[in-house]
Design a protein around this ligand. Structure first.
Ligand code: FES
Length: 76
């Protein structure tokens, strides 16, 4: 265990990246084993390996509603 902070990054139109040592549990409270210090958690609901992202968000055209956090479109 380290004292490094846990960092969550919401990827536009994709998963939430979790960096750092944090315990992940499923809906029943069971600890979900992880092999990496950075993991991607599915937030589109289409992953076949939930709670982790398997890239299915791209195939289903998942879009997040975080337009406010994106840089503005250039004016034409
Ligand atoms: S966010 Fe990637 S499969 Fe759901």
């Amino acid at each position: 265990m380290t004292d490094a902070p846990v960092v969550l990054v919401a990827c536009p139109d994709g998963p939430i990246l979790v960096r750092g040592e944090v315990e992940i549990r499923d809906a029943d409270g069971a600890v979900v084993p992880r092999r990496r210090s950075t993991v991607a958690l599915c937030r589109c609901g289409a992953s076949a390996i939930k709670p982790f992202c398997d890239g299915s968000h791209k195939a289903i055209g998942f879009r997040t509603d975080d337009e406010g956090s994106r840089p503005p479109e250039p004016l034409t």
